[in-house]
Design a protein around this ligand. Structure first.
Ligand code: UDX
Length: 442
């Protein structure tokens, strides 16, 4: 069987590579520069272990910008184009609509039936009110006759995508008839190594809503534990790490997504909360909880800057070194990364900002240019600085020798991710969610 994948972003390329282990895959991308890089065998983002998997299946992948060729050569198309947020907080469907239009036009000429699988994150109602009407209009064919649409949301995480795609916790498919779901199930059985992956077969709106509800819940857990962490900082000897561990042992809560820090970033959680909340208002429900989750997250990066100010006084001309810039370890992605907020705030206060990250330096340089200084090692970044803030908990920071911090002018360290507590004895150590023994409560 030949399959096609539209949109070579993170989800699209990883999906194509996973499918390439079993099928020939036509990968459609309209960005010419991306296409050239992919044809040259370049992996266009950092994802641990991904380049080896990519190289193994490279012969099975064909990269093109020709939608008509892809539709006429394949039996199934996976759509993984981005659905960003507009300034009015609604979802931008322009990439999706444009891909659907070209698929529909190509379907006009096709005799056999085609299955269109939507992996892009779309709001409830989008399949029935946008996807199917565009395909019907541009192809001149009826849904269920010339083509079928199926929703298959993606739950994999950046940095863990290969693992998540091979052994997902669940698979959700939404369609309007069981025969389409059953055809797709046969393909899923070939792709997923793990047996007995729970399969939720449902209608379109539920499949669409599950993705938003899941990301909103994960974000809620993070803002919740950050709230507890912020209170712990004001309570002598309180430690959010111990509280979080205890909470996680209760199976009703689970230990995941209870790490306090500088808040959630990335291409999904912040955007999905914003769009879901906007939908709530549009359909007549005020989603207060979602708004508060987003608000807590918005304020969270600022807290480490406040801690620095409280202890150093004015930050004017103080040298502040940030360790880690990516929105989380294991990726070079800086979309909505808390580091960006921390840098902006430090610059506003007149600090001299130095940064180091194992993967994301060049992306941050594209934003801040010569406003800040970029270092290729932790050691150089810390040398002579007044304050260090751990922003992203890369493994290499966890194993840093404490002596390195003694190269700072004043070894004052704020651990924004609870990743370097092993240095707490040799520096003046402050951490998210850690109350100082010297504080008084009442
Ligand atoms: C997320 C969803 O988890 C995934 O299911 C969906 O397919 C895409 O969006 P991703 O954006 O890759 O995945 O990152 P994730 O691992 O969810 O982390 C999101 C953010 O939350 C990161 O900034 C991370 O540092 C932060 N986080 C996560 C915490 O602050 N505390 C935690 O306990 C967990």
């Amino acid at each position: 069987m030949i399959v096609s994948v539209f949109g070579m972003g993170h989800v699209g390329l990883i999906t194509a590579v996973m499918l390439g282990r079993f099928f020939d895959v036509i990968c459609v991308e309209i960005d010419e520069e991306k296409l050239i890089r992919l044809r040259g065998g370049e992996v266009i983002f950092y994802e641990p272990g991904f380049d080896q998997t990519f190289n193994k299946v490279r012969d099975k992948l064909e990269f093109t910008d020709d939608a008509s060729y892809a539709i006429n050569t394949s039996d199934i198309s996976f759509i993984a184009v981005g659905t960003p947020t507009k300034t009015d907080h609604s979802q931008d469907h322009s990439y999706l609509a444009s891909v659907l239009q070209s698929i529909g036009e190509a379907l006009k000429e096709k005799d056999s039936r085609h299955l269109v699988v939507i992996k892009s994150t779309i709001l409830p109602g989008t399949s029935e009110n946008l996807v199917i009407p565009i395909l019907e209009h541009s192809s001149g064919k009826k849904h269920g006759e010339g083509f079928s649409v199926l929703i298959n949301p993606e739950f994999s995480r950046e940095g863990e995508a290969l693992h998540d795609l091979q052994t997902p916790d669940k698979i959700v498919i939404g369609a309007h008839d069981f025969s389409t779901m059953n055809d797709f199930e046969e393909i899923l059985k070939m792709v997923y190594v793990k047996n007995n992956v729970p399969l939720i077969k449902t209608n379109y709106v539920n499949a669409e809503m599950i993705k938003y509800a899941q990301n909103a819940f994960l974000a809620t857990k993070i803002s919740f534990i950050n709230t507890i962490a912020n209170m712990c900082e004001k309570i002598p000897s309180a430690d959010v790490e111990i509280i979080s561990k205890a909470l996680g042992l209760d199976h009703r809560i689970s230990s995941h997504f209870l790490r306090a820090g500088l808040g959630y970033g990335g291409s999904c959680l912040p955007k999905d909360i914003e769009v879901l909340s906007n939908l709530g208002r549009k359909i007549g429900y005020e989603p207060t909880l979602l708004d508060v989750v987003a608000l807590v997250n918005e304020h969270q990066p600022q807290r480490v800057v406040t801690t620095a100010e409280e202890h150093l006084g004015s930050l004017l001309d103080q040298v502040v070194s940030l360790l880690g810039l990516a929105f989380k370890p294991g990726t070079d992605d800086i979309r909505e990364a808390p580091s960006l907020r921390v840098i902006e705030s430090l610059l506003e206060k007149g600090a001299k900002v130095r940064v180091y990250d194992p993967k994301a330096l060049s992306k941050v340089e594209n934003i801040f240019g010569n406003l800040i200084e970029y270092y290729k090692s932790t050691e150089d970044c810390l040398d002579g600085s007044d304050c260090c803030i751990l922003v992203t908990e890369w493994d290499e920071f966890r194993s840093l020798k404490p002596d390195i911090f003694l190269k700072m002018k004043t070894p004052f360290v704020i651990d924004g991710r609870r990743g370097i507590s092993h240095i707490s004895k040799v520096v003046e150590y402050h951490a998210v969610g850690l109350g100082k023994e010297s504080q008084t409560l009442w």
